[in-house]
Write a protein that binds this ligand. Sequence first.
Ligand SMILES: [Mg+2]
Length: 327
Amino acid sequence: MTGPPDEFDWIDRIRGLTLDDPRALGLRDDAAVLPARQGFDLVISVDAMVEGVHFLPGEHPGTIARRLLRTSLSDLAAKAARPFGYFLTTAWPADRPWAYRDAFIEGLNEDGVLFGVALLGGDTVATPGPLTLSATVLGWAEAGRSVLRNGARADDLVVVCGAIGDGWLGLLAAKGAISDPSDELASHYRTPKPLLTLRNALLAHAHAAIDVSDGFLADLTHLAKASGCVARVRLEELPLSLAAAAWCAAQENEQAARLSLATGGDDYALICAVPPAAFDAFRLACLESGTPVVALGAFSTPKADGKWVEASFRGGPVEDVQGGWRH
Ligand SMILES: [Mg+2]
């Protein structure tokens, strides 16, 4: 197709992304119609991404599409929901030709098939600004059994599924600021893995969960505050990939290095609250899907000082971590 991309051409091109799901009505109506499902709650999460803010300018359009879907699906992973579809809004700058947009569609198709999520509808507009994208993902959770942020109880363990630090190091690697010979770190940043395979483990054993998008300490604070508990964590036990551990070992100050990894974000690991008696069973259930699990602290009743998270490193307190978390 030649000429400037228009809305109707766009809809024709993305029709395959519906995976023939009848609820999308072939993208030929103004809405999707989702029949209610007895015994299930509909879990919905909305994410938006702006070029230059949430992804680097010049990234491959297929990678941008996959990152959009994966980061959105990570929110459903933390809820122990089973995703089935998504809505997509795209605001395109005029300088993105069909070849670029087709590569974007190909990325969506690849991960739509991989994760079993059908495009159900959305909107597309032109913008004088940067490429701007929004995905709304939908999933089913057994009624009343979604795992939320607010369920942690005193004495639950602070548990991490997956590794911390690869998202932030991956961003540095993608910018060329650190070396990444195997491309492992940059690809973690570009196409993180939503931990959807942990659904049954979470349902069986976790009181609360959150995915790590803002940073381990920031997201742990969100969970602790929502639950009304204080979380105490040992930074020396932060689970690191081999690449992150190698980076850490090369830094002069290990405590500062670990604090950077704990505040960096974009990891899409899960932080969970798990009762001590259930930890072994939870860890085994997660290992079945190849996800490593560590307990690096515990929740307790809140104190009067307003702190929701206290971090230590090899027995010593890490001061004022709370003030330094916002990026
Ligand atoms: Mg999240």
